[in-house]
Each structure stands twice: as C-alpha cells, then as structure tokens.
Design a protein around this ligand. Structure first.
Ligand code: SAM
Length: 387
C-alpha cells in the first residue's frame, strides 16, 4: 500500500521528522486499514520511507523508517535494543526507568516504563495497536521483564478511533509495584495509579531539590501525586507538606513514608485553594515545588496555563523565607521555558519579591529529546531563589 505526500513535507520527513499531518498527504491507496504500514512516496513516485497510516487520525502518518526494511518483530527488537543502548550508563541508583519513549526512540506511540522486573506499557496510536503482538513480543524479549501491565488509557487513543485498554499483558503482575530511587523504597498500586504509575521524568529534579534542602527546613510539594519530591526531602530531614487533589495518591504517599520510616504531611484539595489556605495560616517554607499536570494540551491553552503558574508562584514566593527556592515545572509541550519565566516574572511582581534564576532543567536521559522531533521536548523546569 502507498501514500503519496506533497513536496512541502518531503524535506521534513527526510530530515527524520516523524509526523505527517493531514495537509501533507496528497493521496492514499484505497483500503488501507487503520494503522497499517505503508510505503511513503513523493509526488514523483520516489520512495521516502515506511510508516503507519491512519486516515482517521489527527496525525495520519507516523514515520517508522527511511529505509526499505521490513517492519516485523526483528525491526521492533532492533529499535528497542537501540533505545536501551541510548540509556546505557545514563540512569543511576534506581531500578526504574523509561525504556521506550515513543517517536524519540523511533517507535511511534509506544511508551514503556520498567520498574524492576515489571513493565508498564502504553500503545497510543492505531499503528502501534495494529502491530501490538509484534511490539509486545519484542518488548518482552529485549527488556527481559518478567511481567507487564498495559496502561493504554490515554486520551490520545480516542483521537485515533481506538478504545482504552488496561490489564495484564504477561507474567505475574503484582498489585503493588515496588522499585527504588536512591535510598527510598517506592511503590504504587495499578488500580489507583496515574499514567504509567510513577513520574520517572522528575527524578533529576527530585535529586536537585533534595540536595538543596537542609534538615529541619520546611518543604512544600504542590501537585505532589505520590510525593516523590516530598519523600526525597523528608529523607534529608525536611518537614514536608504535599498537596494534591488525588486522595489515592496521597494514601500511597503516606504508606511509602511509613515504609521508609519518614514523616510526610499531606493536604487533599485543589492546589491553588490549599496554597491560599496555607498563606492565611501564615506558613513559611524554604523550598516549594509546583508541578501541575499538562495545563496546555493545545497552543490556545497557553495563556490560562500561564495564569495558573503565576497564581501559584505568587503565593509560593510570598510564603518563601529569604533565600528560599521555588521550582516550577511544566510537562506541556506548548509551554516554553520563556512562558514559565514570564509567569514567574509576573508572579514576583504580584508578590513584591525579587528572585534569581538559578537553573533551567529539562527531562532526564531516559526521556530523550531528539533534535529532529521538537515534540519530544516536554518537561521544562525553572529553579528560582528568593532574594
Ligand atoms: C505531573 S503530576 C505531579 C507529579 C509529582 N510531582 C511527582 O513527582 O510524582 C500532577 C499532579 O497534579 C494533580 N492535580 C491536578 N490538578 C490538580 C489541582 N487542581 N489541585 C491539586 N492537584 C492537582 C494530579 O492529581 C497529579 O498528581
């Protein structure tokens, strides 16, 4: 089966950009099933590469290769092996990492996080779904994971015309998944877990803040989920408060704290409301993290998302002791570092505070940011110090 793309898209796709948008497609053979692999051709009939095609999808074409190679289990095994090699020696002091990060690893729509011997897998598009058996076999063989659980319950599947899927894939999947990060024993339960269970992408930021906090200092972890940031800080002797609207996540936080013989406070509720409440209580903090969910799923959402950051950061800056640190972090592709800085600048004005930008950080090496795939950059964080 063949799909012909317009000349305007040729340079992009030949430059390893993996997405072909609706406006890039000139014509497609009739009868291509959702997610089938097609030969991609230029207007003159020349071979460009192979990719998944889904006429119904918002992004109909997802490139797999620029070579004339078969897309079979061996292909997926090569790509997974390359992903594992890319991470070799990069991720230390933990047995949990993202082993496959979709287009960034040349595997459109495939995300896999490994927690010790257990894999959490997401198949996000019609192509990955069409080849699910090949991909799952390849993942099993290359990662050696004894058990795997599917978390294909992401909204992206609906846009591809797919149902949501969760459940055991192979092996004996434990109800509670255990792993470690530095000196912390961590866990989550599938039934209550968000996404693939744990936000592995904040590992470096958790370590950065843990290194900044002193015993006895006050640490506020806003949008905490299961409290990765707070638990690291509590381990360093900080007095922590975590805030999230997900009661189950805070339940896990408390259970993990107990298992690690740590004290960690938690407040259930809307982040901005709890921040206002803490301010009314005249609480002071030495380190604050704001790590909200993807507030901007589309470009149009950016102004509202910036407003949420400004409101949160203004309250945080008012409650920070002099010299205190504030980390603001976004996982939205559409929010740029400059948007975070703008939001923080307005917040500092509202809080009548001066602040120094200490660091700008990006996602860790197991979530590779590939030059040819701008969309693979999503996590950006700014660390501020109150003057
Ligand atoms: C990106 S995750 C945070 C990850 C976390 N910092 C970690 O390191 O594991 C965003 C969190 O924000 C929470 N959340 C979303 N909207 C919220 C709101 N309005 N108020 C409080 N929490 C919210 C979600 O339940 C989720 O746990």
């Amino acid at each position: 089966m063949n799909v012909t793309i317009k000349t305007q898209a040729l340079r992009r796709l030949r430059g390893r950009y993996p997405f072909g948008h609706a406006g890039d497609v000139l014509s497609a053979d009739s009868g291509i099933g959702a997610g089938e692999v097609v030969d991609v051709r230029g207007e003159d009939g020349s071979f460009v590469g192979r990719g998944y095609f889904n006429a119904q999808g918002a992004t109909p074409l997802r490139m797999l290769t620029l070579e004339r190679e078969d897309i079979n289990e061996a292909f997926y095994r090569r790509r997974i092996r390359a992903a594992l090699n890319r991470r070799e020696g990069q991720i230390q002091d933990t047995d949990a990492m993202r082993v496959v990060y979709a287009e960034a690893d040349g595997l459109p729509g495939v995300v896999a996080d490994q927690f010790a011997g257990v894999l959490a897998v997401q198949l996000r598009n019609a192509g990955a779904e069409h080849h699910r058996e090949l991909i799952l076999n390849a993942l099993k063989k290359e990662t050696g994971a004894g058990a795997a659980y599917e978390r294909s319950d992401t909204g992206e599947r609906r846009k591809e015309g797919l149902d949501l899927k969760t459940g055991e894939l192979w092996g004996e999947v434990p109800r509670r998944v255990r792993f470690f990060e530095d000196d912390l024993e961590l866990f989550f339960d599938w039934q209550d877990a968000q996404k693939t269970g744990f936000f592995l992408d904040q590992r470096d930021n958790r370590r950065m803040l843990a290194a900044l906090v002193q015993p006895g200092q006050h640490f506020l972890d806003v949008y905490s989920y299961t409290g990765g940031f707070s638990l690291h800080a509590a381990r360093r002797g900080a007095l922590t408060v975590a805030v999230d609207k997900d009661a189950a996540a805070l339940g896990i936080l408390e259970a993990v704290a107990r298992a690690n013989k740590l004290q960690a406070g938690a407040r259930l509720g809307d982040a901005l409301e709890v921040l206002a409440q803490l301010e009314r209580e005249k609480r002071r903090f030495d380190v604050v993290v704001l790590d909200p969910p993807t507030l901007a799923k589309r470009r149009d959402d950016v102004p509202n998302a910036k407003r949420v950051f400004t409101d949160g950061a203004a309250r945080a800056l008012r409650m920070l002791n002099p010299g205190g640190k504030l980390l603001i972090s976004t996982c939205a592709h559409y929010l740029r570092v400059d948007d975070l800085l703008d939001a923080a600048r307005v917040a500092a004005g509202e809080a009548s505070a001066a602040a120094q930008v200490m660091a700008v950080t990006y996602q860790p090496a197991d979530h590779p940011y590939m030059l040819a795939v701008p969309e693979s950059l999503y996590l950006k964080s700014v660390l501020l110090k109150k003057d």
